[in-house]
Design a protein around this ligand. Structure first.
Ligand SMILES: *Cc1c(COP(=O)(O)O)cnc(C)c1O
Length: 372
C-alpha cells in the first residue's frame, strides 16, 4: 500500500530500520545523545531558541499539553475553521473559559474576529497553522501579530506545517507550537514535540494533567531526558527522520513540499476539478495536503475504494461534515515525484473511465520536471 494520506506517512527504509534495535536505558548518555540531536533539529524546524518538549503520545497529546500547561488565562480564543481547530476549542474548554471563533470548514479566518476576541478580554489565542481537514494554510504571522498587540499568548498547532512548510516561531511571535512525528517530519506516529518560548511560562497552570505538564519536560531537558519512560524505538526513528531532514536541508525540503502540492493542485484544476478551500487575501492553499471537491458522477467509496483495490494507493476522504464531499491527497514527509505522479495517474484513470475529467497529468509532470 502506498500511503498518500496526511499522516501517517510512508516511511523511508532508513527510518524503518532505525527502530529495529536493542533497547537502551532512558537515563543513559546514549539516550541523551539521541534526544539532544532531536532537540537541535526540531529547534531548526520550528525556527526557535525555545525549549523542545518531547512527549510520547500522538499529536493530540501535544495539543493538550500546550493548552493545559498554559491555560492560566482569563479567557482563551480558539480559531476553528476545520476539524483540528475545533479540537483546540474542545481541549481548551476543559481548562479555561473559551471564546470559540467558529467559521465554516474550509472558510478563511476573519482577522477582525481575532482582534475582537482580544478586545473582549481574551488573553491567549490557539489556532491551527495548516488545517489538515480542509487543506487551508491559516495566516500564522498575522494572527500572532494581533495577539502581540495585546501582549497575549499564542499557541499554534503546526502539526502538518513544521518540517514541510515555513514555521518561524520566534520571528512571528508564536509562544508555543506543536508538531506530530507522523506528518511532514516523516517518522512513525507516536511522538509529539511542543516548542515553548519563555513568555509562555507567565501563563503556566500547575493544575494541568500530570503526564502532560510541560514544566516537568522542561526540567528534564537540562539532562536531555524525558520525565517518564519515553517510547525509545520511536526516538530512534525520529532521530533518523531528522537526520534525513538535515541531509536534505530544511529549505530544500520545504520547496519539495511546495512543488509536490502545486503539482497536485495544477492537475486538479486542469482536470476540471475544484479545490475545496475558500481563500481570502491572508490565507493560502496548504503546501502539504490538497483537498479537492468530490465531483458529480462518482462516490467517495467508488473513487477511494477503486484507488485502494486496483492500485494499492490510500488517500483520505473528508472528516466529519465533509465526509463524501471532498477527498484529500497528502504530499508530506519523504514522498516524492514518483509517488505523486503515480497517485495522480491512478486517480485520472479512475475518473476518466466515467468521463468525469479531462486528461491533465502532463501539467503536473511539467511542474515536477526539475524535481529529482
Ligand atoms: C494529525 C493532526 C493532529 C493530531 O492528530 P493525532 O492523531 O493526535 O496525531 C492535530 N492537528 C493537525 C492539524 C493534524 O493534522
Amino acid at each position: 500500500m502506498l500511503l498518500m494520506i496526511p499522516g501517517p506517512v510512508q516511511l523511508h527504509e532508513r527510518i524503518i530500520r532505525a527502530m529495529a534495535r536493542q533497547m537502551i536505558g532512558h537515563r543513559t548518555a546514549d539516550f541523551s545523545e539521541v534526544m539532544s540531536f532531536c532537540v537541535d533539529v526540531l529547534r531548526e524546524v520550528f525556527q526557535t531558541k525555545g525549549d523542545i518538549c518531547l512527549i510520547s503520545g500522538s499529536g493530540t497529546a501535544g495539543m493538550e499539553a500546550a493548552i493545559a500547561s498554559f491555560s492560566n488565562v482569563r479567557k482563551m480564543a480558539t480559531i476553528e475553521n476545520g476539524k483540528f481547530g475545533e479540537r483546540l476549542g474542545e481541549i481548551a474548554s476543559r481548562y479555561t473559559e473559551v471564546e470559540r471563533l467558529q467559521f465554516s470548514w474550509g472558510e478563511s479566518v476573519d482577522l477582525d474576529a481575532v482582534r475582537n476576541a482580544f478586545d473582549n478580554g481574551c488573553e491567549a489565542v490557539a489556532f491551527v497553522h495548516n488545517e489538515t481537514s480542509t487543506g487551508i494554510l491559516n495566516p500564522a504571522k498575522e494572527i500572532a501579530s494581533i495577539a502581540k498587540e495585546y501582549d497575549g499568548l499564542v499557541i499554534m498547532d503546526a502539526i502538518t506545517s513544521a518540517g514541510g512548510d515555513y514555521v518561524r516561531m520566534d520571528e512571528w511571535g508564536v509562544d508555543v507550537a506543536i508538531v506530530g512525528s507522523q506528518k511532514c517530519l516523516g517518522a512513525p506516529p507516536g511522538l509529539a514535540a511542543v516548542a515553548v518560548g519563555e513568555k509562555a511560562w507567565e501563563f503556566y497552570n500547575e493544575r494541568c494533567p500530570y503526564y502532560l505538564d510541560l514544566a516537568a519536560y522542561r526540567k528534564k531537558l537540562k539532562d536531555m531526558q524525558t520525565p517518564y519512560t519515553p517510547a525509545v524505538p520511536l526516538f530512534f526513528a525520529l532521530a533518523e527522520a531528522l537526520e534525513i531532514i538535515r541531509e536534505e536541508g530544511l529549505e530544500n525540503r520545504i520547496q519539495r513540499h511546495r512543488i509536490l502540492s502545486s503539482a497536485v493542485r495544477k492537475w486538479a484544476v486542469e482536470a476540471g476539478l475544484e479545490l475545496f478551500p475558500n481563500l481570502n487575501e491572508y490565507s493560502s492553499y496548504s503546501n502539504t495536503v490538497t483537498a479537492i471537491k468530490m465531483p458529480d458522477g462518482i462516490t467517495d467509496s467508488e473513487l477511494r475504494g477503486t484507488l485502494k483495490k486496483e492500485y494499492g494507493i490510500l488517500i483520505s476522504g473528508g472528516q466529519g461534515e465533509l465526509k463524501g464531499r471532498i477527498f484529500r491527497i497528502g504530499t508530506m514527509g519523504n514522498v516524492g515525484k514518483m509517488e505523486t505522479i503515480t497517485t495522480l495517474a491512478a486517480l485520472e484513470d479512475i475518473l476518466r473511465r466515467k468521463n468525469i475529467i479531462n486528461p491533465a497529468l502532463e501539467y503536473a509532470q511539467i511542474l515536477l520536471r526539475d524535481l529529482r
